[in-house]
Design a protein around this ligand. Structure first.
Ligand code: MG
Length: 335
């Protein structure tokens, strides 16, 4: 944690008093986020770069839903100084929103409420690979959350995690996005909406060539896995930024694109340099204990957030150091 300075007030010529101050939470510090040109900015129109973890699929019965609770969110704020967390709410597949809506909504709300209490931003992600097949479900989902939380500055809507490689931007993804965005904007006029892009959210160049227009505070999803994706994908991202769209890395991994394999520190560092240079925000996949390289927690780790570094995997320890050292700002809100 950075050292907090004490503000001092001069009283007359010789006497001054220094008072302890409250650290701002992330939301107190930055306020309502917006998109300005190709950047996500704070209430002062200054670029914002936030780092945090993404939870794993919330689907009932998949084993990661137990981590959707306040104790885990509190741990991430207090021990990692994270200003943001992502809730990856399973849309389709077994145990997701289409079959278990109440359970998944309750998990999302548990994370959003805890993040709100901690003054953190929270990405509400419709975690799908075929969202265009059921847009009405996505609309009902986001309208529920826009009604309940849209007046708060900390909710970020991510409306389509990862469209597949053969799901066309112009004819499928963009029309889906415009329909869902219109439904959100009918309720919440301003909070950030992050739009997934073709090829597991890598083809940000296609979105840059044919962006959504006429709506404020739209950014686009860029995903990478350091073991698989290298300079070629960064060039694509740079092209998109240069064309003028804003990007958010709502999901990235230190390992291979299948979520497994070894931690690639050399490639990760190149990505972090790119992210830092362009002042992007990012969320690492995944805060979960599944036995695979991307998981931050060792298999069998309890869901109580009472964790030591001994509970973290190699990737978890690495990502903790990245998140904790990302900013000099103390987001604790503590005295
Ligand atoms: Mg709003």
């Amino acid at each position: 944690m950075p050292t907090k300075s004490l503000p001092c007030v001069l009283l007359g010529t010789a006497l001054s008093i220094c008072l302890p101050t409250l650290a701002d939470t992330a939301v107190e510090h930055y306020g309502q986020l917006a998109v300005k040109g190709n950047q996500i900015v704070d209430r002062q129109a200054q670029p914002v770069s936030l780092a945090g973890p993404s939870l794993f699929w919330s689907n009932t019965g998949w084993g990661a839903d137990k981590y959707y609770n306040a104790e885990v969110v509190n741990y991430i704020q207090e021990q990692w100084n994270a200003p943001i967390i992502r809730a990856a709410i399973g849309a389709g597949k077994n145990g997701g929103m289409l079959t278990h809506p109440e359970e998944n909504i309750a998990k999302a709300e548990a994370v959003i409420d805890a993040a709100t209490d901690q003054g953190m931003y929270v990405i509400l992600d419709w975690h799908a690979h075929h969202a265009e097949d059921h847009p009405k479900d996505a609309i009902a989902f986001f309208q529920h959350f826009a009604r309940k939380y849209g007046a708060q500055p900390n909710i970020i809507y991510e409306i389509y995690n990862e469209p597949l490689a053969d799901t066309d931007w112009a004819s499928v993804i963009k029309p889906y996005a415009e329909e869902v965005i219109a439904a959100i904007r009918a309720i919440d006029p301003d909070n950030l909406i992050i739009v997934g892009t073709q090829t597991w959210s890598q083809d940000v160049d296609k979105a840059a060539d044919d962006p959504i227009t006429g709506i404020d505070n739209i950014a686009y999803t860029l995903h990478f896995y350091a073991g698989t994706h290298k300079a070629e994908l960064r060039q694509k991202a740079q092209y998109a930024l240069d064309k003028g769209i804003a990007l958010m890395v709502t999901e990235w991994g230190t390992v291979d694109a299948n979520g497994d394999g070894a931690v690639d520190r050399q490639s990760t560092q190149k990505w972090l340099d790119f992210i830092k240079r362009n002042q992007l925000s990012h969320a690492n996949w995944a805060l979960n204990d599944k036995i695979e390289g991307a998981s931050m927690l060792k298999n069998g780790t309890a869901a109580d957030g009472a964790w030591s570094d001994d509970d973290l995997t190699e990737s978890g320890l690495y990502v903790k150091s990245i998140v904790k050292n990302w900013s000099d700002i103390d987001y604790s809100g503590d005295e």
